[in-house]
Design a binder for this molecule. Structure first.
Ligand SMILES: Nc1ncnc2c1ncn2[C@@H]1O[C@H](COP(=O)(O)OP(=O)(O)OP(=O)(O)O)[C@@H](O)[C@H]1O
Ligand SMILES: [Mg+2]
Length: 474
């Protein structure tokens, strides 16, 4: 990280801006203090001069010019206050009394004047400024009464020094602070850039480090990491979907091709051709179903925006699905019950939820022997909604209960029955989309699959208006 880079950071530029503003305010503040203090000192100087003049005037009025000469002699000789300046001259400007050597050039008597003189102090010539008032006395005599303003000059020098120091310190500390803050910011940004480059280079699992200071960089890192997680999830879902589609359509399509080739090799015969076509149609249908299911799983796993979820009454979805499976169950001699305690509202995607319930019922009907029973239970549990499909079939051994939720997993016993091993994968994906949990339990005998959905937060007055409704479909 070099200095030109540092100077280009917005932190550094901001620091410079603050530094300038701070410097300007220091200048204004000290300027104001200086101006008001100097004004006060000037006022005090003038008041002292006026008081001095009043004293001299009193003496002059009472006892005449000679007394004035005496008093000026006395006061000029007073070593305690060397700041006062006096001069009394004759009409030809020859000094009569006072501590000033000559009448200032180009100065008439009457009014205020500013004088500059050099005094010798400790062997050095030092310039002094004098503020004085001049008077013309009767007979052409002139009087000058003034005061050295070196106090004001000293104060001005102190203020100037303070301004210089303040500016130097402001800019010095500002520069050090600016470099320090910019270095910190640049190092955080550099870390994010390094991670981004790593991800671009193909390491999709990399994430931005969180410093734990909970600052804006941590929040940015958290959001970027969440975005990367989502992208990774979508990409994994897409890759799995394409892998699965490629893998599972290979079988049906190869069989389809074989069937068509066989039909073409045989001499045309109307009956056989029709049989071959019907076969081809059935296999195409099977391939399309697999294709369709894989796409649905990919959609569910893509975890769409929560805003896309709508209020759904899962009890009515389950009743509709059960009604649809009712004829098949009846044909197999299976009883199908729906047990609800009124509407059970959640936020969800109705089509995917309906498909998941249908898959559970499809499995139950497929595996339950004649004389068995399937029960669909929907129950409101306060903080959520339970949906369970229980059957009296062979069930699933505990060791296989997790595995059957994976794609294309079919247990040995079901290999002879039609199916792709995707039904429960879709159920699991739909459950995940709805933040629901899936449990597989022993129904003793049979299997009981239950899903627990979080309740719809917007449901007013809660679910389950009519408890105890029991739909018996057969
Ligand atoms: N109700 C059930 N009783 C017993 N075994 C079941 C039951 N439901 C599912 N299984 C077992 O779990 C496996 C996976 O079920 P899944 O629904 O995923 O696939 P499938 O039913 O074989 O095929 P598909 O649903 O894609 O047509 C099934 O092959 C079966 O072995
Ligand atoms: Mg199934």
């Amino acid at each position: 990280m070099n200095l030109p880079n540092l100077a280009r950071t917005s932190a550094f530029r901001l620091t410079l801006l603050y530094m300038t503003l701070f410097g300007a305010s220091v200048l204004v503040l000290l300027g104001f203090i200086s101006w008001s203090t100097i004004a006060l000192i000037e006022r005090q100087t003038d008041e002292t001069i006026e008081a001095e003049i009043r004293g001299l005037a009193e003496q002059y009025r009472g006892r005449g010019l000679l007394r004035l000469v005496d008093v000026i002699h006395e006061r000029s000789a007073d070593h305690a206050d060397q700041d006062n300046v006096y001069l009394l001259t004759d009409p030809k400007l020859g000094p009569i009394a006072g501590n000033l050597t000559h009448w200032p050039a180009r100065t008439d008597a009457g009014g205020w004047v500013q004088l500059s003189l050099t005094k010798r102090e400790n062997g050095e010539s030092i310039a002094h400024h004098i503020r004085a008032r001049t008077f013309a006395l009767p007979g052409g005599y002139r009087l000058l009464v003034g005061r050295d303003t070196n106090e004001k000059d000293k104060f001005r020098a102190i203020v100037n020094e303070a301004v210089n120091w303040s500016l130097a310190l402001t800019f010095g500390f500002g520069l050090i602070g600016g470099v320090f803050i910019s270095r910190r910011m640049l190092s955080r940004v550099d870390r994010i850039s390094t991670t981004a480059r790593g991800i671009i280079a193909g390491d999709l699992a990399r994430r931005i480090e969180i410093s734990g200071s909970d600052d804006e960089f941590d929040r940015l890192a958290e959001n970027l990491n969440a975005m990367l997680d989502q992208i990774e999830r979508l990409m994994t879902g897409m890759r799995l979907a394409t892998d699965s589609i490629a893998h599972d359509l290979r079988g049906p399509l190869t069989r389809l091709k074989g069937r068509v080739e066989m039909a073409l090799r045989c001499p045309p015969e109307k009956g056989q051709d029709r049989e071959a076509l019907a076969d081809v149609l059935a296999q195409t249908d099977a391939a399309l179903v697999v294709f369709d299911t894989l796409l649905k799983i990919a959609t569910a796993e893509a975890r769409t925006d929560p805003a896309d979820l709508e209020p759904v009454d899962i009890a009515s979805l389950a009743s509709d699905a059960a009604e649809f499976y009712e004829p098949v169950a009846e044909e197999k001699g299976i009883a199908l019950d729906v047990d609800t305690d009124g509407p059970a509202r959640i936020r969800g995607q109705p089509q995917l939820l309906a498909q998941a319930i249908a898959n559970l019922l499809d499995n139950a009907v497929k595996h339950t022997p004649a004389g068995g029973r399937i029960t669909v239970t929907i129950g409101n549990r306060g903080d959520g909604v339970d949906l369970a499909v229980a059957d009296t079939g062979p069930g699933i051994p505990e060791a296989d209960r997790e595995r059957v939720l994976e794609r294309f997993v079919r247990l040995e016993e079901s290999r002879s029955s039609p199916g792709a091993g995707l039904g429960l994968s879709l159920v699991a994906a739909v459950a995940k989309l709805h933040d629901a949990t899936v449990r597989l339990d022993d129904n003793d005998p049979g299997l009981r699959i239950s899903l627990r959905f979080p309740a719809d937060p917007d449901t007013e007055g809660g679910n389950g208006a009519a408890p105890g409704t029991k739909d018996r479909l057969r």
